[in-house]
Ligand binder design. Structure first.
Ligand SMILES: Cc1cc2nc3c(=O)[nH]c(=O)nc-3n(C[C@H](O)[C@H](O)[C@H](O)COP(=O)(O)OP(=O)(O)OC[C@H]3O[C@@H](n4cnc5c(N)ncnc54)[C@H](O)[C@@H]3O)c2cc1C
Length: 436
């Protein structure tokens, strides 16, 4: 291998999930050479399309919010069209007959306050308490003097058990994938601030009509290639060595030289790759300290005439937390996705027991008596990091200027979400550009 010239610039990106592909698009759009190494045969990572029985599913049903500005910007930059790619629903929480809240066509945050005051399934006093809590958070600029759990915050502001069970707990689990007794109140407030307090459209719920690999990573790969970059699939990175003037990346295909590396693999893989780098001991310790939370998605294919009352609705005190009617969302008639987020007793069930429970709930709640054609359970045991208070998350810049970190678990305001992943990738790209 020749010694590279001092102006040599060529960025390796490890991982073709949303974080890695965002970094790649940002760099490639500025004419900076990039190579993405992805160990799997397809892009997308934890938000990827899965083909089952010739039907396109995702490894888990995802939902975006209107405030996911960077994700939506990049989807459009690589050729997507947000209004065509998603079913856009105004904020609505419907726990089938037990609770319902729907945002009105009013400017934020009035749309939410009116929705809270009109919520069904709460007493008048609970509605006032919820609206007063939101106004208090607003007056605090959604900043707590010190972080605490969501349970502690709710108790501090008189949000009683019914309010918590019907409103705050489902919201917290959906946003942070962490139970309220463990979840960071400050991170939940960051999401509430961005989704509820700015523009009304920020609280819109965006349900993808196409699979998650097609939605962004695949388009991003075409964009990168058109801008002179490379995306290499089925090529895992095994080792990173940092030298004075370059970084050596060893893959299943050999060793390659780059000026910088952005490690955008999941936290467990990132820790493994970075562990041999002595300068990054503190970073690896932060990654090792992260705990993880699961998400289960149960897909049930019924005859095509089966549908739910709405494209998306929740269930109160059932195993299924949220149900998605893929017929109404993506034209996949009769296909229902049940999502069960965060840890819980459902983890003690076998996949078949879990699926049967979901089917029994669909029968009890909606009278769906048809026999499913097939069921598919996808268990992501490490879907996200456990978003607990005062969590120390590694920064995108590391102690080694040539090594950067991207991923939903790296430092940022957001919990483990697509937007958090995308923002981390964009930050890495900006970090490389700023260092030039
Ligand atoms: C079931 C489920 C449901 C979810 N629902 C939502 C939701 O509704 N809304 C939301 O915003 N977020 C949701 N999330 C979270 C969201 O999917 C993640 O935050 C996001 O996809 C993380 O992206 P990432 O790029 O940081 O990591 P990853 O997606 O994990 O990407 C890492 C990539 O690195 C690759 N890789 C690993 N090892 C190597 C190696 N040695 N060499 C090269 N490549 C390697 C992997 O194959 C992978 O493609 C959900 C997650 C799951 C699992």
């Amino acid at each position: 291998m020749k010694t590279p010239s001092p102006n040599f610039l060529n960025i390796a990106i490890i991982g073709g999930g949303y974080a890695g592909m965002s970094a790649a698009v940002e760099l490639a759009s500025r004419g900076i050479p990039v190579t993405v190494f992805e160990s799997a045969k397809q892009l997308g990572g934890r938000a990827r399309g899965v083909n089952y029985n010739n039907i396109q599913l995702d490894n888990g049903q995802h939902l975006l919010l209107g405030c996911y500005r960077e994700t939506l910007r990049l989807i459009e930059m690589v050729g997507g069209n947000v209004e065509q790619d998603f079913l856009r629903l105004p904020l609505q929480l419907d726990l089938h007959g037990q609770f319902s809240l729907k945002a009105r066509r009013l400017p934020a945050p009035l749309h939410l306050l009116v929705a809270l005051l009109n919520a069904q399934g709460l007493s008048w006093s609970e509605r006032f308490k919820a609206a007063r809590f939101m106004l208090t958070l607003r007056n605090m600029d959604f900043r707590l003097p010190h972080d605490m759990t969501v349970s502690e915050l709710l108790a501090l502001h008189g949000q009683d058990a019914n309010l918590s069970l019907k409103l705050w707990e489902p919201l917290c689990i959906a946003a942070l994938n962490t139970p309220i007794r463990k979840a960071s109140a400050q991170v939940l407030l960051n999401v509430l601030r961005d989704s509820l307090d700015r523009k009304r459209a920020d609280s819109d719920m965006l349900l993808p009509r196409i699979d998650f690999t097609a939605l962004f990573p695949q388009r991003a790969a075409h964009f990168v290639e058109q801008h002179g970059g490379q995306v290499v699939l089925a090529t895992g990175v095994e080792k990173i060595e940092v030298h004075d003037a370059h970084v050596a990346i060893s893959t299943t295909d050999g060793t390659h030289r780059f000026s910088h590396v952005i490690c955008a693999a999941s936290p467990v893989v990132a820790a493994k790759l970075l562990r041999p780098l002595a300068a990054l001991t503190a970073t690896v310790a932060e990654i090792d300290a992260l705990e993880h939370q699961p998400i289960y998605t149960v897909y049930v294919q019924y005859p095509a005439n089966v549908r739910l009352p709405r494209p998306m609705l929740g269930l109160h005190q059932r195993t299924s937390q949220w149900l998605f009617d893929k017929g109404q969302i993506a034209g996949q008639h009769g296909l229902i996705a049940s999502v069960i987020s965060a840890e819980g007793i459902h983890q003690e069930l076998s996949q078949n027991e879990l699926a049967q429970k979901v089917i029994a709930e669909l029968r009890a709640e909606f009278g769906i008596a048809d026999t499913p054609h097939w069921i598919k359970v996808i268990a992501e045991k490490r879907a996200t990091f456990c978003c607990s208070p005062n969590l120390s998350r590694p920064s995108q810049q590391t102690a080694l200027p040539r090594v950067l970190l991207a991923g939903d678990y790296t430092a940022g305001d957001y919990p483990a979400t697509l937007e958090g992943a995308v923002m981390s990738g964009v930050r890495c790209a900006k970090g490389v550009i700023a260092s030039l």
